[in-house]
Design a protein around this ligand. Structure first.
Ligand code: AVJ
Length: 333
């Protein structure tokens, strides 16, 4: 046996065999960088660092969606959960974050619903444990069921084991990360995992002045840039890539056709990057597409509800009309 390498030497050897990244992350990155228009799916933003940076984005002056949706739920929370008063209800969180918004719905339920539960679904066990502990301590009667799974799998596991009907939350305009056809497919799968009497509350960020949109996806402190660049850092950490984070810049653009904000990582110079043993070339100015954040027109939420087989029973919006939380019900087939 050769003598063991000194520790420092070991640390210098980022070999693909050592990559701790999931096979799916590796596959998405290699496929995405092989395309003539390079792209990496936005779902990979959220490792522990990415989630922490996103918390900082939510506190930025320019990032209005979080604040506005909070305002909507603070004002209309009681109306939103009214269908469940006097009955059992389990609030299912798809992407709970720190639970700040969910709390605004659990409060009115705690006063008016005889049995109520809370079931956050997430693929990150650490995030689940945090939000579950917080909610359990705030609402002593609350029955908390954290589910470490993908969304639809988690929903199926919950069905029939919870008090009352489900109220599924998909807030924050997270749906905006999906292209229209993908959003319809996602909502249909959601519908298929639910039962008559279940409800969903979906957050939609509405189309508005482009300057406001731009201000939400770039900021003078560079927090959004750090969020986007963390995707490259994560490839370095988990896939043995050698991206120089200084050699790429964050850029947010508005596409008036979709319409959507889009995020990119733009190469500052001509360069080569290695990822898991493969080499990818970048021209100066060439970009990796990292995210779309769709912005919705007035009629879009109702149209999507109908296409996915839901009945819309209400829309709740802020005073300026910047954001909508749409409440949909699953009708008997
Ligand atoms: C969490 C997907 C809703 O698209 O607005 C924030 C993520 N990206 N700033 C969004 C994000 C850049 C955010 N979502």
């Amino acid at each position: 046996m050769p003598p063991p390498l000194p520790a420092r030497k070991l640390a210098e050897l980022p070999r693909p065999e050592e990559a701790q990244g999931s096979p799916r992350f590796l596959r998405d990155v290699l496929q995405g960088l092989d395309r003539p228009r390079k792209a990496v799916p936005s779902l990979w933003f959220y490792d522990a660092r990415g989630s922490r940076i996103f918390q900082r984005i939510m506190a930025l002056d320019g990032y209005y969606p979080t604040r506005i949706e909070h305002e909507i739920l603070a004002r209309h929370g009681s109306d939103i959960v009214a269908p469940f008063f006097g009955r059992g209800c389990t609030v299912v969180d798809l992407g709970a974050g720190d639970g700040t918004k969910t709390r605004l719905l659990l409060e009115p339920l705690s006063l008016r619903s005889p049995r109520f539960g809370y079931a956050p679904i997430d693929i990150s066990g650490a995030a689940l444990a945090d939000v579950s502990a917080r909610m359990a301590s705030e609402f002593p009667r609350l029955r908390v069921t954290p589910v470490e799974a993908e969304y639809f799998e988690g929903l199926r596991a919950l069905q029939g084991r919870q008090p009352g009907s489900l109220l599924v939350l998909f807030l924050g305009s997270n749906i905006g990360n999906l292209e229209r056809a993908e959003a319809i497919a996602f909502l249909r799968s959601l519908r298929a995992a639910l039962r008559p009497g279940d409800h969903v509350l979906v957050g939609f960020d509405l189309l508005k002045e482009v300057e406001v949109l731009r201000g939400a996806y770039d900021d003078p402190e560079g927090v959004t840039a750090a969020f986007n660049l963390n995707l490259l850092g994560r490839m370095n950490r988990e896939l043995g890539a050698d991206f120089d984070l200084e050699a790429f810049g964050h850029r947010a653009t508005f596409d008036p056709v979709r319409p959507a904000m889009e995020s990119w990582l733009v190469s500052r110079r001509r360069q080569r990057v290695r990822v898991a043993g493969r080499t990818f070339g970048f021209e100066a100015g060439e970009a990796i597409h990292t995210e779309i954040s769709c912005k919705y027109r007035e009629g879009d939420p109702s149209a999507l509800a109908a296409l996915a087989g839901f009945s819309e029973i209400g829309q709740f919006r802020d005073r300026r009309g910047w954001f909508v939380d749409a409440l949909w019900r699953v009708n008997p087939k």
